[in-house]
Design a binder for this molecule. Structure first.
Ligand code: AP5
Ligand code: MG
Length: 189
């Protein structure tokens, strides 16, 4: 049996299950789950300078400026618990961020990019359900529409970026959480 890849990125549109699957993978691999969305939401809640910068962008469903996110992610990836592996969730999501990540990681870099896929009706359905359960400020019609457009315009080009590098694995994100986890594990072998 070959070892699973451990330096991972989960990529995909809003609501596809990046956070859900990254958390499960982190437990399975014993590697940290690094979500820029979660870190930024924590910064907003704590009213830190970064949180104050990020808040309005997030509520509208727009991307927080690259330099802010690169700083947040770069600092986290500098911590020692990431040396042996990590699961990135929601970073990078622009080509500029992907280039910055290459610099941060240096030689070796990312081992695999898992791109989760689902059609837009399924995604909107999930996010509106979550809005009822959790009341996240960006889970409303207008913001969801913006997040989908931003994904297509600014993040989807990363699929080609990692495909060209030969580390892209495309995985169907529709089905039970366990089914999707199984497909991801297969893709990491
Ligand atoms: P972020 O927090 O990354 O949000 P997102 O990409 O919009 O995605 P979500 O977290 O909504 O979805 P997910 O794919 O994690 O799915 P989840 O597992 O939660 O970013 C938020 C904002 O922060 C951005 O808009 C931006 O402003 C800013 N930001 C963050 N990173 C940035 C960056 N790098 N650069 C610039 N700005 C940045 O699942 C969704 C729902 O579906 C849940 O309720 C879940 O329970 C459910 N679900 C999961 N799996 C399944 C399944 N298999 N079947 C049915 N339901 C499922
Ligand atoms: Mg998430």
């Amino acid at each position: 049996m070959s070892a699973l890849a451990r330096k991972l990125l989960l990529l995909g549109p809003p609501g596809v299950g990046k956070g859900t699957q990254a958390k499960r993978l982190a437990e399975k691999l014993g590697a940290p789950h690094i979500s820029t969305g979660d870190m930024l939401r924590a910064a907003v809640a704590a009213e830190t300078p970064i949180g104050k910068q990020a808040n309005a962008f997030m509520t509208r469903g727009e991307l927080v400026p690259d330099e802010v996110v690169i700083e947040v992610a770069g600092e986290r990836l500098g911590e020692p618990d990431t040396h042996d592996g990590f699961i990135l969730d929601g970073f990078p999501r622009t080509v500029a961020q992907a280039r910055a990540l290459d610099e941060i990681l240096g030689e070796g870099g990312l081992e695999r990019c898992v791109a989760l896929e689902a059609d837009e009706d399924e995604l909107v359905d999930r996010l509106l359900k979550r809005a009822e359960l959790e009341g996240r400020s960006d889970d409303n019609d207008q913001s969801i529409r913006t997040r989908m457009r931003v994904y297509h315009d600014q993040t989807a080009p990363l699929l080609a970026y990692y495909r060209e590098r030969g580390i892209l694995a495309e995985v169907n994100g529709v089905g039970s959480v366990e089914e999707v986890s199984g497909r991801i594990s297969e893709a990491l072998r």
